[in-house]
Write a protein of this length. Sequence first.
Lengths: 620, 427
Amino acid sequence: MRKLLLAAIIIIIAIVYIGRLSYLQLIDSSNKNPLEDTAIKAVYDYPERGYIYDRNGDLLVSNQPAYDIMVIPKDVKPLDTLEFCNLLNITKEDFIKKYNKARVYSPRLPSVFVPQLSKSEYATLQEKMRKYEGFYIQKRSLRHYQTSSGANVLGYISEVNEYELKSNPYYQAGELIGRNGVEKVYEETLRGRKGVKFIQKDRFNRDLGPYKDGLYDTLPVQGKDITITIDKTLQAYGEQLMINKRGGIVAIEPKTGEILAMISAPSYDPALLVGRERSKNYSRLYLDSIANPLYDRSILAEYPPGSPFKILNGLIGLEEGVIDEHTTIRCYHGYRYGRNRFMACHCVSGTLNELQSATYRSCNAYFADAYKKIIEKYPTPEEGLQAWTNHAKSFGLGNYLGNDLSTGRAGRVPDSLTYNRAYPDFQWRAETTISNGIGQGEILTTPIQLANMTAAIANRGYYYTPHIIKNIEGTPIDEKFTTPNQTTISKRHFDDVVLGMWDVYKRGTARFVQVDSINIAGKTGTAENFTKIDGKRQQLTDHSIFIAFAPVENPKIALAVFVENGYWGSRYAAPIASLMVEKYLRGKITRTDLEKRMLEGSLADEYAKPLSGEPFEINQ
Amino acid sequence: MRNRVIQQIDWLSILLYFALVFIGWLNIYSTTMTDENPTIFNFDQPYGRQLIFIGLSVLLIIFVLAIETKFYARFSSVIYLISLASLLGLFVFGKNINGATSWYNFGSFGLQPSEFAKAATALALAKFLSDIQTNINDFKDQLRAFLIIILPPLFIIPQPDPGSALVYTSFFFVLYREGLPSYYLLVGLTAVILFVSTLLFGAIWVIAGLLILATIFVLYRKRKKIRIPVFKMLVMTTTAILFCLSVRYVFENVFEQRHRDRFNLWLRLEHDPSKLNEIRKTIGYNTYQSESAIGSGGLTGKGFLEGTRTKGNFVPEQHTDYIFSTVGEEWGFLGSAGVIILFSLLILRILFLAERQRSQFSRIYGYSVASILLFHFAINIGMVIGLLPTIGIPLPFFSYGGSGLWGFTILLFIFIRLDANRRDDWM
Ligand SMILES: [Zn+2]
């Protein structure tokens, strides 16, 4: 027994120690990650972010250097505070406040002491800063905007948030990431890849040289410049026309699906989200919940399309064979359906309409009837509606377009499910859904969807998925943007509809916006809309809508214009659309009176109505 | 004579010794090597100096093996006295390094007499216990044995070098092996348990526990109708209770703050986060860094010369007391467990050899060697892997330092010499 005690102790100790080692080295993983190794510091080398050019090669976004004064509190030696404050143009209280803030954040890690010096401030300070230990100047690269428009298209960059840090291992705290628009969608292209150098540190955080002779180091990969499809001039012009109005405009080149302009009003100068004032400006924009400038109406706002949708109904009717170009309907100033329900229109009572004239007169009777015929062609309204829905969806409505924009909405094209849900006893018929025939009711479209539909009409039956990327330093763009999407409507059915749309411009509702020797095909629209005031449904002044493409004989631009509460289509939307067409095709405006009226036109009063708290009139 | 030594020498121990010394040097090299000085023969650097120490150790080994066995027994008292004198001499001629006067200075080399005193004490104790007239069960002889053991640490404590002094407690295993009554060990063990548990749970609970245990004991005896040693029990219980009650006082007033901190850290007694942080930054820093370094090694380690924390000097005193953390980081679990097994094998081997000695002197000496090595090994690695409080003693054969290496080499090889002669010597 006495002989064995020591031997037993040795063996027990060996077992316990090996057990402890297996815990430390095999089970406990807190020390395993080499990137978290306190002995290795990763130093990153950030490549310059790629530039953004417009379709004509005009520079939209470049970079500018910014200089931050940084502080590492534990390295700060006693200094002449007064002299230092004078140098930086801050007060002594500022100095104490900033210094304490930095120290609370971390005594060992650098914090920004004075952000974003100007170039001249930097030049004078550069030499003098060496005197003050613990302070240094750090160069950063910020976006530099060469345009004051297109903020919604371009997006912006800002520091990564907690969620992004967790979900994407590429990013480190404090790095920048693209938000919204092109900056977000083409983040990886623009950003490039940062390089990294691993440095061996000792426990006093001094460099001992590269870790493993730089075996794991990588070189930065340059960010690529990109060219987008936007026309800088057209974008700026559209935004100007939309000043003091709300709404969205999208212009597309029908032959390619390239987005020429994407206007959301109200807009803001993208430069607001750069630099010293960034967060202040951002909160101001963000908190403006009424005008909501950060909300991109061109791709997010879902409006009832109104009359432009009648064109689609005409096309579906032709394709389904329930009408042809000679089918006539006599209109008695409107359309009567159900029990004493009536949709008024502007036709003189007794007008005999065929498809082309019904289009330029925007006859409710004609298109409601065509819609009814489509639905009733099939044994059940469900099947009829399904056929109708399929046609509508083939124009990119009621679903995401699959474009390369940072965000979007599906809009809504009702199908039988929608009504089965609303009418649980399945007691719905064509009449129940008749407002679909004139673009009211359940249908919702975003401006980009309606512009795309217009492009499909301009192309007579197909469209290219709208996209914003034109070129990435010579790399071809995604194939899905160069492959046409066929609609369900045969090419031959488009002629009469296009003629009808041309008539809208020649002698219909848009005849007042004619441009000398440019043939435009268009369709005005007016959409009822409602809001809730104190829980009560309240109708507001109608939205003003216009779709158009031009020139009719060789379409180069197709666009959809929504002006919120702009009343009838030819009041705001049609003139704005015609001005944009003229600007794009001609490069200058001849109708200066019309231009002046649009630039100065303000709907501020209209927007103030529902906020006034008092009863108000609409559609004045 | 020479041939017989070589024939009968225990090559396994020698192999284990050289394996440990070699691995130890590799780790010192890795710890202290800098990229500017990669050559191993750089005698300004610890790894180069350690190479000299190892070379001198080989000379020492030849010297130790060449001496007749009888010399060690005969001159043990003289060696012991010289050793005591060298410890005392420190108070006059010692050189103060890092606040401890543990060194004699000879030019660029220093000698630390406490590293040699262990072997001397082992010899003296072996000599005394193997004397036919000594009876370990006799109280007077017990006192004499204690005196031999206690004198060197008495001189070492004020240097101050409490770690080296603590090593002498390992001799109690030797006494126990040689027949010291069990209750010494029991009392010692009980005192340690009571001390630690009182710190952990408070005196009240420990005393309550003691009383419950005593009651159970009495009830058990009553039931089995065995006589109850009332007086003995009363004395024991009272002593234990008084001991418990004094623990707090001793802890707060006799211990210094830095000692208290070690216990607070080890037993996780401190709960105030700011104070805990303070302890972590100061005394717990080494432990934390060495645990992190070891943990980062994983299963196979980062490889020789590839330890990032070792290279970055994150673990203070890494080439001396914390050398095992280099093993952990660069050689991983396999390497560090291997070193533990090598040490265990060496100590077990020595125990085995000690038990086969015919001479009582050799056996006691061998037992002392095993106990001392075990104590160093257990305390040092226990500290480095965070199981024991911080006590600064070197890891035998591994830690940088000439005196340490030579002290352990002499300690071990005197025994190997004695063992090689076991057939011839009847003492
Ligand atoms: Zn009509």
